[in-house]
Design a protein around this ligand. Sequence first.
Ligand SMILES: [Zn+2]
Ligand SMILES: [Zn+2]
Length: 196
Amino acid sequence: MSSQYTIPWFDDFMGVAYRYYDLRMNVIPLLTDRKQSASIWHDTIHWWVDLSIKIRFVETGDKYWFIMGSDSQKPDTNLSFFKVLHKSENYERFKKGHGGEAYLRLGVYVKKSLDGVKKNAMCNCSHEARDHDEGDNDVCLYNSCDCKKFSSFQVNLLKRKKTITDIVFLAEKDVKDDPLTWNCFNINKYSKSEKN
Ligand SMILES: [Zn+2]
Ligand SMILES: [Zn+2]
């Protein structure tokens, strides 16, 4: 069950959401496709050994690296995850409030158009669906707003979850001391910039 081989790094997901749900912070990698999320759970995360799941955060300016990996009972389909993301309020809230434990769930990010939502659904421009004109290409009716088209999203959480108890925030100067993070930075950052 240990990693004597190289586990591939996977970054083909949209981002990570952090939400309170079931009385605990949830860390939710976001995929855009329901089938893809089901197969990632089924082939990879389902086989993770809970106590060995690690998530790491490394801040670089106004961005941060999200890094996640685990020992697996089925090493041949194991993956490690990483994504470079912009810091957000929810990220900061998670950093302060996780208390050493979180649930890992997958989420499917679904874009909503004007005809698929209720009148009080919120657009990304912060005005409600009823304030957008269905007859005129969905433009926002507020004079001060330059939103040309209603757009909104919803995150559908998959039910299955794993518990994460190994959560560490690192400075980049310390990544050498953490094998998972060091492997990630080596492969996805340092070796790439050397080639340029
Ligand atoms: Zn709008
Ligand atoms: Zn608006």
